[in-house]
Design a protein around this ligand. Structure first.
Ligand code: AMP
Length: 298
């Protein structure tokens, strides 16, 4: 089964202790799509400006990604600039230029409307609601950020009531619920709508709450993280890609999906932007998946 994604496609300028990458390919929907395309067909819904390099479009088109829903319009592409601290888990956003993303009105293609699995990337909750109205998906997962939690809470609550799965950072659980304790925070989120909640804890891995069950997955231990930008979106891509490929949301599939999310995210961290992710093969994924299983076996 295929998966549809709505979100940003960007040009990112990123500085980390390993160096600087200027105007590289970025965006939440791009990282999601590259990761999910290792598992299944992806329908990408997004927008870029007329300054967007053709080589980036060619790269995405060379993967199992349907770009019919990627509009290219007059104006500047979305640009994001971030700088990481020596502690790579900390970063500052230095600049965000919305460009053509400011007036983005997602329009689902027929293929995206009919996808059984849908990921609503981090965009204004009113746009996420609009996408939901266009879609016929059976399983919808969502990402959000503090901006929307703090400034557009009413809309966000409306979306949460309609989705199945929330993929979120652990600090965002606190922002959304006021709970420092993840177990209690997630319970509150489940009461708002999604029965499945996956709080990510950066280098400490990820938890998966499915109704009353809890699964804990490590992050892949890495000696060097070159650039973690997009790791969260990559995680979501691996997670949703596996679910769509298996066409199942039973508990075992969801647990495997979390590991596939972590495997995919670990590759993103190995180089700037999607440089490593774009060359990952099915064999690489299987090898690291097996290493993950070994890591947690006792
Ligand atoms: P992450 O590291 O998972 O937070 O994802 C970073 C990616 O999200 C970058 O490639 C950015 O281009 C993109 N991004 C940053 N800010 C926003 C925003 N406000 N809306 C949509 N995408 C964003």
């Amino acid at each position: 089964m295929s998966v549809a994604v709505v979100g940003s496609v960007a040009l990112d300028t990123v500085e980390t202790p390993s160096g600087v990458n200027k105007d590289g390919l970025g965006g939440a929907a791009m990282f999601f799509s590259l990761a999910a395309s290792n598992f299944t067909r992806v329908h990408l819904i997004g927008v870029v400006g007329d300054d967007f390099p053709q080589e980036h479009i060619d790269l995405m088109a060379s993967k199992n990604i349907d770009l019919d829903g990627l509009e290219q319009v007059e104006g500047k592409s979305f640009r994001w600039t971030g700088k990481y601290h020596d502690d790579i888990n900390m970063r500052d956003t230095l600049d965000t230029q919305l460009g053509v993303f400011e007036t983005f009105q997602p329009k689902l293609t027929d293929a995206a409307k009919n996808a059984k699995y849908l990921f609503l990337g981090n965009i204004h909750p009113s746009l996420q609601l609009d996408v939901l109205q266009q879609a016929n998906a059976d399983f919808v997962a969502l990402d959000t950020m503090n901006l929307w939690i703090n400034e557009t809470r009413e809309d966000l609550e409306k979306v949460l009531a309609k989705i199945d799965c929330l993929i979120i950072n652990d600090e965002e659980v606190f922002d959304l619920t006021g709970e420092r304790n993840l177990v209690r925070g997630v319970k509150k989120i489940q009461e708002m709508g999604p029965s499945i909640v996956a709080p990510k804890k950066g280098e400490h891995g990820c938890l998966l709450f499915v109704e009353n069950k809890i699964f804990s997955a490590p992050a892949f231990p890495m000696a060097e993280v070159v650039d973690p930008t997009g790791a969260g979106d990559t995680f979501a891509g691996g997670f949703m890609g596996h679910i769509a490929q298996q066409n199942s949301i039973d508990y075992d599939t969801l647990k495997q999906a979390v590991i596939h999310g972590s495997v995919s995210a670990s590759y993103t961290c190995e180089d700037f932007g999607p440089e490593r992710l774009k060359t990952v093969t099915t064999e690489d994924i299987t090898a690291r998946y097996d290493a993950f299983v070994e890591l947690s076996r006792f």
